[in-house]
Design a protein around this ligand. Structure first.
Ligand code: DHK
Length: 148
C-alpha cells in the first residue's frame, strides 16, 4: 500500500516557527522519521509539502486516482478550506485520510477548534507533536494487514 503524507502551509518552517508550539524538529527531520517508520512497517510512503492550496488539492486528486491513503496536516487550511475538503472527499471514498495536527488545536484559539476536514477523516490526531505522523502511518499499516 502507498501513503501520501501531505503538509500544508507554513509547515516548511518547522523548527523555526513558534518552537514553543510546534517543537524544534525541522520538516526534513520529520520526513526522515516518517520514511524510516514506513520502511519498518513495510509501507510505501511519499512526503510532500506546499504553501499553496491548489497543490494540496491536486495531490489529493492524485491520491484518489491512485487509491493512495493520505496523512495530511493541512495547516491553516484546516480551518478555512471547503475546496480542500471537497478534494479529500474523493480520498475518503477510497482508502481514506487521517488529519494530523502537531499542536492541540482544541487548547488554542477558538478559530482553530473547527476543521472542515475532520467530519470526513478516518480519524484526527492532535497535540502529540510530530509523532502524530508516524502514528497515522502505523494506523494505515495495521488496517491494511487486517489488524486495525
Ligand atoms: C498547524 C498550523 O499551521 C495551524 O494553522 C493549525 C497545525 C495547527 C498544527 O498543529 O500542526 O491551526
Amino acid at each position: 500500500m502507498k501513503v501520501l503524507v501531505l503538509n500544508g502551509p507554513n509547515l516548511n518552517r518547522l523548527g523555526k516557527r513558534q518552537p514553543e508550539v510546534y517543537g524544534s524538529t525541522t520538516l526534513a527531520d520529520v520526513v526522515g522519521r516518517i520514511e524510516a517508520r514506513a520502511e519498518a512497517l513495510g509501507v510505501e510512503v511519499e512526503c510532500r509539502q506546499s504553501n499553496h492550496e491548489g497543490d494540496l488539492i491536486d495531490w489529493s486528486h492524485e491520491a484518489a486516482d491512485n487509491s493512495w491513503a493520505v496523512v495530511i496536516n493541512p495547516g491553516g487550511f484546516t480551518h478555512t478550506s471547503v475546496a480542500l475538503r471537497d478534494a479529500l472527499a474523493e480520498v475518503a471514498d477510497g482508502p481514506g485520510f487521517v488529519e494530523v495536527h502537531i499542536s492541540n488545536v482544541h487548547a488554542r484559539e477558538e478559530f482553530r477548534h473547527h476543521s472542515y476536514l475532520s467530519p470526513i477523516a478516518l480519524g484526527v490526531i492532535a497535540g502529540l507533536g510530530v509523532d502524530g505522523y508516524e502514528l497515522a502511518l502505523q494506523f494505515f499499516a495495521r488496517r491494511n494487514n487486517g489488524n486495525g
